[in-house]
Design a protein around this ligand. Structure first.
Ligand code: SF4
Ligand code: SF4
Length: 265
């Protein structure tokens, strides 16, 4: 099985004992589940890890639960997955009501749930910093819009330089502007992979995103991304000497509040 997408509640299903039993019939994970299964009467008092394994599939992961999953509701996540599906979001951290009362109560059940909530809170905070760090949002957010963009240069070395973000839709995309024929678009044409980095001095937070860039010259997109300072280089959004570098993040490494979280979108 491939690596699983994070559960709607923020738990990493790949690290879950029930998934490990399902995926690999992992004996160590099964042993840890024995007591719990006995208490609930799912196995007999004299049965052990083998009996737990016989119940597999226990869970195929939050987003892959099937009718034959023994533990269908996915870590007691109280329909978080259903709620997220309805809202068309990937996890509760993307919800405008996060953490809702239901989620807060769930987070008090055990350490793993509390950890999941902290993880999603960090992701949400990072998203707010990203959205506030663009030319179209800095006047309201009070943040800066300067990012560092790393691309592969002509000799295949990594090359990092400053660039200003125009707009961002959270972690879905971040738009930057550059001149056609300049270093950045030239390098993107050869290799669209990039790492963009944002440092927020006030909160001492660092957000590193890895993904790919598309060069966009569509006038409607350019119109939306245009900001006044670009007038120092070009004669308005219709000027055909500039383009939008549309970055789509795939992975993240985020340092906020003295902790680092890493993952994939
Ligand atoms: S959804 Fe399933 S695999 Fe994911 S954490 Fe919950 S029980 Fe484990
Ligand atoms: S309301 Fe939001 S935070 Fe609460 S369960 Fe639904 S998606 Fe999650």
């Amino acid at each position: 099985m491939d690596k699983l997408k994070m559960a709607a509640c923020g738990v990493d299903c790949n690290e879950c004992g029930q998934y490990k039993v399902t995926k690999d019939h992992d004996m160590k994970s099964a042993e840890l589940l024995v007591e719990w299964f006995r208490i609930r009467g799912w196995i007999e008092p004299n049965e052990g890890a083998e009996a737990v394994i016989k119940k597999a599939p226990l869970c195929n992961g939050c987003w892959n639960t099937t009718d034959d999953c023994f533990w269908k509701c996915g870590c007691g996540s109280r329909d978080f997955r259903v709620c997220c599906k309805e809202k068309q979001i990937n996890h509760c951290g993307e919800c405008e009501n996060f953490p809702c009362e239901n989620y807060i109560e769930w987070s008090t059940w055990n350490e793993a749930h509390k950890k999941a909530m902290d993880y999603l809170k960090t992701l949400k905070k990072a998203k707010e910093i990203v959205c506030g760090s663009t030319m179209h949002t800095v006047s309201e957010s009070g943040l800066g819009a300067d990012w560092v963009m790393s691309l592969t240069d002509e000799e295949s070395y990594p090359a990092a330089s400053m660039i200003t973000a125009s707009r961002a839709d959270g972690f879905k995309w971040i738009a930057f502007c550059s001149g056609l024929g300049w270093n950045k678009p030239n390098r993107v044409e050869k290799d669209p992979r990039s790492c963009v980095y944002l440092f927020d001095k006030e909160s001492f937070s660092g957000i590193s995103l890895t993904g790919k860039i598309k060069i966009i010259t569509d006038l409607e997109v350019k119109k939306q991304m245009w900001y006044d300072a670009l007038g120092d280089f070009w004669n308005g959004y219709e000027d055909d000497r500039w383009c939008v570098l549309m970055f789509k993040p795939e992975k993240y490494s985020i340092f906020i509040d003295n902790r680092t979280i890493r993952g994939e979108f």
